[in-house]
Design a protein around this ligand. Structure first.
Ligand code: SF4
Ligand code: SF4
Length: 439
């Protein structure tokens, strides 16, 4: 038998052309190797003419070519067991919604679709929430909304009580806020073990104010900026989120310049994230403004080429490209990208329990209650717990599965009608851009 006849392509090779280049990338998340290869080698792999590869031994050594596919299947199973083990050890992010109300009237807000429930948070409910979450070993709480830092006295008293209880129990707190009332809450925030405050700024002043005004139309930019400065001054980490769509993407360079001028980008406690404005919950009025996942990152790539200030402010991940560049190695294989009911849960002030932030507050997604009585629909919970690339038929044999992880369970359910269905990520295309940008 010739060498060529005995070799097989790994089922986990991801290969495509690097953007604006003649070269190709090849990545294998199971053997944890990545390389830039020539057009000729890529062609040889595509037509299975392995004997014409530039260095066939290197391809075998790196696990791109195999003598026996069974070995790879065994390795896959081992990696899966490791993944589940590591996930069982990791901490749980517990979202808590103190109310669904908000003082902003953002042009794109999905929460307009929620019914307001007439019950208000009190110490009894907070106590029962803390009692319930004792079952989670390593954990931290993320306050979420609506807007968790509403300016009312009653709300501030509740938030203070939650932060105080969390501190007593040595539980870290994160807060996802629109940022308008940070200054009024500084005294309370500083009493907590704060992991980070996530604040949204959608662009430079005029753009932000147009998109994220108060309910009465009032401007919010300057007050948010003061809040961010105040947090960084006392060494509280800030995660600045920009919700991006076609209306504001071109103002990103200006926002980046602003952040640089403020001194934020030099502060190690400051980080950023771009959120795609998308239809997870309720129909948006202006659908033509929305990006799909790939077109956002295509536009971003063009902007980054033109405005080098953007990467000072935000370096997009382009799937695993940024991780590879920053760490000099690939991440662990991702058998599941949806933490719902595994390392993420969501609770609200009415006493209800949900899988995550995508389902919280939706009556038909409720999994149980911690108040007035403790109840959990274990059948539904198991469905969430079981979701990973092995439980989703389309993902099981997908070449991209270990980079993609099957996507978001809630998005998949909304799109396809079932939880154990795929929410595909344009992994190949993102890597095409990312490999160009970072390598
Ligand atoms: S359902 Fe989607 S939003 Fe919720 S945890 Fe999973 S990936 Fe995240
Ligand atoms: S969600 Fe789509 S791209 Fe991701 S692993 Fe499943 S089939 Fe592949």
């Amino acid at each position: 038998m010739t060498k060529k006849e005995r070799l097989f392509l790994s089922k986990h090779n991801i290969m495509s052309k690097v953007r604006d280049s003649e070269d190709y990338y090849i990545i294998n998340l199971l053997s944890r190797n990545a390389d830039i290869i020539s057009n000729a080698d890529a062609n040889a792999l595509n037509i299975l003419d392995f004997s014409s590869l530039s260095d066939i031994d290197a391809y075998i050594e790196k696990g791109y070519l195999l003598h026996d596919l069974n070995d790879e299947d065994k390795e896959f199973k081992r990696a899966y067991i490791d993944f589940i083990h590591d996930r069982d050890q990791s901490e749980t992010q517990i979202f808590f919604v103190p109310s669904y109300a908000c003082n902003f009237s953002c042009s794109y807000c999905y929460q307009n679709g929620y019914q307001s429930i007439h019950r208000s948070l009190n110490n009894e409910i907070i106590n029962l929430f803390f009692e319930y979450i004792e079952r989670f070993d390593k954990k931290y709480i993320t306050l979420f909304g609506g807007e968790p830092l509403l300016p009312s006295k009653e709300n501030k008293t509740n938030i203070e009580y939650i932060i105080q209880k969390a501190s007593e129990k040595n539980i870290g707190i994160a807060i996802v806020t629109n940022g308008y009332s940070i200054l009024e809450y500084m005294d309370v925030i500083q009493k907590g073990i704060i992991r980070e405050i996530q604040v949204t700024l959608d662009g430079p002043e005029a753009v932000h104010n147009k998109r994220r005004s108060l309910k009465d139309g009032g401007a919010t930019f300057s007050k948010i900026v003061e809040g961010i400065d105040a947090l960084l001054k006392v060494n509280i980490p800030v995660n600045l989120r920009v919700v991006v769509d076609k209306e504001n993407i071109n103002s990103l360079p200006e926002l980046a310049e602003f952040a640089v001028r403020q001194g934020w980008t030099k502060n190690p406690l400051f980080k950023t994230q771009l959120g795609r404005n998308y239809e997870l919950h309720f129909c948006q009025q202006h659908n033509n403004k929305l990006f799909d996942r790939l077109s956002l990152y295509e536009d971003l790539y063009q902007l980054i080429k033109k405005y080098p200030v953007i990467p000072q402010f935000h370096r997009p991940s382009y799937s695993i490209s940024k991780f590879l560049f920053d760490n000099g190695e690939l991440p662990e294989p991702l058998f599941d990208s949806c933490p719902a009911c595994k390392t993420e849960w969501a609770f609200d002030y009415t006493g209800s329990i949900y899988s995550c932030t995508a389902t919280v507050g939706k009556e038909d997604e409720k999994l149980g209650t911690f108040y007035p009585k403790v109840y959990l629909n274990t059948d539904l919970v198991e469905q969430w717990e079981d979701r990973d690339v092995l439980s989703i038929p389309d993902c099981k044999h997908c070449k991209l599965n270990l980079a993609c992880g099957g996507g978001c369970g809630s998005a998949a359910k909304n799109k396809n009608g079932g939880l154990h269905t795929p929410d595909c990520r344009p992994i190949k295309e993102l890597l095409e851009i990312g490999m160009k940008l970072y390598f």
